[in-house]
Design a protein around this ligand. Structure first.
Ligand code: NAD
Length: 469
């Protein structure tokens, strides 16, 4: 069993508050013991990040770009190990874990290339007014368990690219990949630039309230985001909150079920449905409802469910027992209320949190499976007859992360997509994130964006230099 350490000021440390078990969701066996940081160690990590910030804030753009590219090289050199850790603690199949590591590299390199130009607002005979972007200080990064490595990279890279330093806290369910990532980063980064503390007992709320931290970037559930926002008020920390979603997809009557079924399936069940911007409620026009339901069930039946380490497996377990129970409960509730389960619908027997891809038809708004974020391998398919009504139902949710419209007429679909209340609307696609396109939610899916120039600016504040010549 591998040993994992906290990294504080470039040094490995054992957990001051002991260790806890990290389980493999495919076998329910212990993958490794994870160090549990103490509150004193959190203080030490913040102090190290503050000390490093004294010089890092003045580092040149060339130096930061070089560092990010060096980090990307190190991640690439350790790709096989990182992918294996992701499969073992997160559960996704190996090909998806490799995609996650590849994404981490690509995002790191794309972030390296971003610029922070000085904007000139006026340059006249007597006056010049410039806007500079200044870093903030120590950034606290708090991440979830679904795409743990990729999301850690999404937080850490723009923070350091823009001149900040970092204290990272991964989910206690999947901490090992991020511990290893930060260790790898520390092979090439200055001491204290990126620190990591793990553990569930008060470390997250300790970060939220810490007076030495200037900003929190958080990806996780809406209730936790609300708690963080309250806790961050004392020293007015800046926040980026990437929270839960319940993305709707609307299939127009002119769509071809045979052409779109695979795309809808893959974007609904990406990472066993445990993806923030996965398609989570599908509204299908009555005229093609039965045909599309059948095609979706056909794609589901082609999946091979099993341990992600095994060759040929396309569909892994749910990551943890609580989420597994929630998915089971939502499907049971739907069934009890008259919905039709077209495939799946029962957990697999034996060890591991295996739940096969499940398509639920004859269900509508008001059912828990439609109204709540399932965050797992089950898709409710809802019949509609009037597009305006479908749009209204799609927008009735109090969250708004993503949404999509599926049609053979992309221009008409784009017009409808523009009226979806969400941060990203896709046409004939869903859940596709790009390192150059701002990504974030509206309503209770949070605020602030990640990625690209706009994402980078979230780690800075504007300073105006007003020169009277
Ligand atoms: P979660 O909110 O339970 O946990 C996320 C992180 O917050 C973990 O590291 C956890 O330890 C920490 N945390 C828990 N309580 C805390 C507290 N009081 N103070 C500070 N930190 C605390 O979320 P999860 O179950 O890990 O992730 C699933 C949720 O995340 C889903 O709702 C999903 O939609 C959402 N998500 C959103 C995005 C996005 O970009 N919008 C991406 C991935 C996941």
């Amino acid at each position: 069993m591998r040993e994992y350490s906290l990294i504080i000021n470039g040094e490995k440390a054992t957990g001051g508050a002991g260790r806890f078990d990290v389980l493999n969701p495919a076998t329910e066996e212990v993958v490794a013991k994870c160090p549990q940081a103490s509150v004193e160690q959190l203080d030490q990590a913040v102090a190290a990040a503050q000390a490093c910030y004294e010089s890092w804030q003045f580092s040149s753009h060339a130096e930061r770009k070089q560092l990010l590219n060096d980090i990307a090289d190190r991640i690439e050199a350790n790709a096989a190990e990182l992918a294996q850790i992701v499969v073992e603690e997160q559960g996704k199949p190996m090909f998806l874990a490799q995609m996650e590591v590849g994404g981490a590299v690509a995002w790191t390199r794309a972030t390296a290339e971003l610029e922070m130009p000085v904007e000139v607002l006026e340059d006249s005979e007597n006056k010049r007014v410039e806007v500079h972007r200044k870093s903030l200080g120590v950034v606290g990064s708090i991440t979830p368990w679904n795409w743990p490595l990729m999301i850690a990279v999404w937080h850490i890279m723009p923070a350091i690219r823009s001149g900040n330093t970092v204290v990272s806290k991964p989910s206690g369910l999947t901490p090992l990949n991020t511990l290893r990532l930060v260790e790898i980063i520390n092979e090439v980064a200055p001491k204290g630039l990126v620190n990591i503390v793990t553990g569930e007992s008060g470390i997250g709320s300790g970060i939220t309230k810490h007076p030495g931290i200037r900003k929190i970037v958080f990806t996780g559930s809406t209730p936790t985001g609300q708690t963080i926002m309250r806790g961050a008020a004392d020293n007015l920390k800046r926040l980026t909150l990437e929270l839960g979603g319940n993305d709707a997809g609307i299939v127009l009557p002119d769509a071809d079920p045979a052409a779109i079924a695979e795309g809808i399936f893959q974007t609904s069940f990406l990472n066993m449905g445990q993806t923030c911007a996965a398609l989570k409620r599908l509204y299908v026009h009555d005229s093609i409802y039965d045909e599309l339901c059948e095609k979706l069930a056909d794609v589901a039946a082609q999946q091979t469910v099993g341990n992600g380490m095994e060759e040929g497996v396309t569909f892994g377990p749910i990551q943890n027992r609580d989420q597994f129970n929630l998915v089971s409960e939502l499907v049971e509730d739907a069934r009890a209320n008259g919905a039709r389960v077209l495939c799946g619908g029962e957990p697999l027997e034996g060890k591991g949190y295996f739940y096969p891809p499940t398509i639920v038809a004859d269900i509508t708004d008001g059912a828990r499976l439609v109204d709540e974020e399932q965050f797992g391998p089950v898709l409710p398919v809802i019949r509609y007859t009037d597009v305006e009504d479908a749009l209204k139902r799609a927008n009735a949710s109090d969250v708004g992360l993503g949404g999509s419209v599926w049609s053979s007429d992309p221009a008409k679909a784009a017009e409808i997509a523009g009226r979806l209340e969400c941060g990203t609307a896709w046409i004939n696609g869903h859940a596709e994130l790009l390192p150059y396109a701002p990504f974030g939610g509206c309503k209770m899916s949070g605020f602030g964006v990640e990625f690209g120039q706009e994402g980078l600016m979230e780690y800075t504040s504007a300073q105006v230099i007003n020169i009277n010549k």
